[in-house]
Design a protein around this ligand. Structure first.
Ligand SMILES: [Zn+2]
Ligand SMILES: [Zn+2]
Length: 209
């Protein structure tokens, strides 16, 4: 357990230096690694193949980069599985029904709850200073965290609340200054505040795969 904590700590420490929600970034990184690993190491793993077939492959978001994978053979093996399973249905003009969910989505959900759970239990000064130097959690991840745990550390709720409040104020100002006749006020906004709508959209949506 202790070892695992260290692994998560270091992963978060590294990712907190990047722009954007640290959990989104971890999920992105891990789901990419998961897909890569499945294609290169586990393409002949019967368990994975069965899950993949039941799901009808990865969801469109996770399948988006399959064409750019280095190994066409792995992509072909998995694709043959899917197409030969669904083709008889298609020929009969029936819509194939998939029982399982995307395996990469399942892996992302696992990584998300592992890291959110870990984050919700931190109280070390050193951790607090590294996390509060990040952009903080997006709204979907903060929402998930609040649903997971009612007893969140104060530093974390204060930090997130402050992030969201500041973002709301800056966004309101952007809207206000965009009105007719407020050109001078608008011109006084710095580059970051003129693009706050992008930050707002990203914070509300989350960016993970
Ligand atoms: Zn996020
Ligand atoms: Zn997926």
């Amino acid at each position: 357990m202790q070892d695992e904590k260290h692994v998560n700590w270091f992963a978060l420490e590294k990712i907190c230096e990047k722009p954007g929600c640290p959990v989104c970034n971890i999920v992105d990184e891990r789901s990419e690694r998961y897909i890569d690993n499945m294609l290169f190491e586990h393409v002949s793993d019967r368990g994975f193949r069965a899950k993949y077939r039941q799901a009808g492959g990865f969801c469109s978001r996770h399948a988006a980069n399959l064409e750019s994978f280095r190994d066409g053979l792995a992509v072909a093996i998995l694709g043959v599985d899917i197409l030969s399973t669904i083709l008889p249905e298609l020929i009969k003009k029936r819509a194939p029904h998939f029982k399982g969910g995307c395996p990469a989505c399942a892996e992302s959900a696992r990584v998300e709850s592992e890291f959110l759970g870990y984050l919700g239990e931190r109280n070390e000064e050193e951790f607090i200073s590294l996390f509060t130097a990040s952009d903080g959690l997006c709204v979907p991840h903060y929402r998930m965290l609040v649903r997971m745990s009612r007893k969140l550390p104060r530093w974390l709720t204060d930090f997130q609340q402050n992030k969201f409040e500041t973002l709301l104020e800056r966004s309101k100002r952007f809207v206000e200054y965009s009105a007719w006749g407020r050109q001078e006020d608008f011109a006084s906004l710095d580059e970051k505040d003129r693009l706050v709508w992008k930050e707002l959209a990203k914070t509300l949506r989350g960016a993970s795969n």
